[in-house]
Design a protein around this ligand. Structure first.
Ligand code: EPZ
Length: 428
């Protein structure tokens, strides 16, 4: 298993340079799935070359889809689909492969996959997606963790679906499925993440009829099985707002003068408000270009963070913010409301010297500032893994982060990009 070795700056703030945020993992994945709705080849640009994207591409190839990758441009031809079975091993490796189930079902009338299972941040149930498929006229059967879904009619039938919880992937999955269904679908209690609105905007450009994406109620007028034809203009993926926020936090605690390109303000309003509350100074020197100069970290104030579905504070930035809060003065409270195991990283920060009280699996208190000392850590999920890189940079000594693979799943070319702004990091 490969690992990162990071030489700490011992709270010095020396990082400087320009950091360019890549295309988004969490809109790139649904974009690959979206290509199944097209009759012809679709060109997707600014897709990050990361493990999760490669894995989803492999799953598509296994069902007969042609995928041509040239740097960050993916040409996907779904003209012929040879199977509606998602590869068990690859699907198990990538739970986000669930995003393919709706488009495959809508396209072929059936889909077969294995329950993707939980991961280090939580159980990750898929009940919302299965409930929605049934509402659209599908029959679900299966043995053990094998799930077989078949459409009763030739096409799925549009329906009103009230989502029990706001689920990002379930909303994307059902929105895409409804594009090919017969009649109107209304999704209530839809998730409102920017990735959903972005996907709907492009689908409408190429012939879908979706209104309300980005609000709790989305309406889709189905095409009764008619595939999307014109894939012009090409799809250009949005920037990765979670990478952008991750780097902004690194710049706040260890930066001398960092400029972040493709930091989309509208995608991170709650995050920036938290920066304001802590006292992090930043400036947009151009549209989507954020500059963070050397901070007076002693002036950082502890704050309360409660993660929440968008437009709340993003759970994917919670652990990175937790590291920053170990350097802020006073008490900070973290309430992780989305994933039951997403505070697990705090025990590693305690080992490094942070002062943390964990009340229960969802709530904890951080008292700062603390001096962090290098330790050997294990990356649990990609966001906690990136948080350990930030902690290692702040700390004194050489921090090791085992299982660097999980970080590479979601951060494109991260080693070189960190080195370019002066981080002393290697992957061995
Ligand atoms: C997406 O996961 C993201 N992944 C996650 O990012 C992100 O943390 C999450 O949304 C929340 O913002 C992708 O977009 C590929 P959910 P998703 O369904 O869609 C519960 C990262 O680090 N739930 O919105 O799987 C679930 O347990 C990853 O990039 C059900 O109960 O998340 C959780 O508590 C990690 N039943 C909550 O909803 C269901 O059927 C939100 O999950 C589905 C979800």
């Amino acid at each position: 298993m490969k690992k990162y070795v990071i030489k700490g700056l011992k709270r010095k703030q020396t990082l400087e340079g320009v950091y360019t945020v890549s295309g988004s993992k969490n809109s790139g994945l649904p974009a690959l799935a979206m290509s199944l709705l097209f009759k012809k080849e679709v060109t997707l640009k600014n897709i990050p070359e990361i493990e999760d994207i490669f894995k989803l591409s492999e799953i598509l190839e296994k069902i007969g889809i042609k995928v041509l990758i040239k740097k960050n441009t993916f040409k996907i031809d779904s003209g012929k689909i040879s199977s509606s079975k998602i590869d068990r091993f690859l699907g198990g490796e990538l739970r986000a492969s669930l995003i393919l189930t709706g488009p495959i079902l809508a396209r072929t009338g059936s889909v077969e996959f294995y329950f993707p299972g939980g991961c280090s941040i939580g159980k990750r149930p898929i009940d919302v997606t299965l409930l929605a498929f049934e509402k659209l006229g599908a029959v679900i059967s299966g043995r053990g963790d094998k799930i077989i879904i078949k459409s009763k009619e030739k096409t799925l039938i549009g329906a009103e679906i009230i989502m029990p919880v706001q689920s990002v992937t379930a909303t994307e999955n059902i929105m895409m499925t409804a594009v090919l269904a017969k009649g109107k679908t209304i999704i209530k209690n839809a998730a409102m993440e920017p990735e959903i609105e972005y996907l709907a905007k492009y689908l409408n450009l190429v012939g879908a009829k979706i209104t309300g994406a980005g609000t709790p109620v989305i309406e889709i007028i189905g095409r009764n099985g008619k595939l999307l034809e014109n894939n012009v203009p090409e799809y250009v993926n949005m920037a990765d707002r979670i990478e952008a926020g991750s780097i902004a936090i690194l710049a706040a605690v260890a930066g001398k003068d960092i400029t972040i390109r493709h930091f989309v303000k509208d995608h991170l309003e709650n995050f920036l408000q938290t920066f304001d509350q802590i006292g992090v100074k930043y400036e947009f020197i151009q549209k989507n270009v954020l500059r963070i100069k050397k901070q007076n970290i002693k002036s950082f104030k502890g704050v309360n963070i409660k993660t929440h579905e968008h437009p709340g504070f993003p759970t994917d930035l919670q652990s990175q913010m937790g590291v920053l809060l170990t350097q802020a003065k006073g008490e900070s409270r973290i309430f992780e409301t989305i994933f039951e195991s997403r505070l697990d990283y705090l025990s590693s920060l305690s080992r490094m010297g942070a002062s943390i009280k964990k009340w229960n699996i969802y709530q904890a208190e951080i008292s700062g500032p603390s001096k962090l000392k290098a330790k050997r850590l294990m990356a649990l999920d990609l966001r906690a893994g990136f948080s350990f890189i930030i902690a290692g940079i702040v700390a004194e000594g050489k921090t090791t982060v085992d299982n660097s693979y999980v970080v590479r799943r979601g951060y494109e070319n991260i080693l070189n990009k960190l080195r370019q702004i002066g981080v002393d990091i290697e992957e061995i």
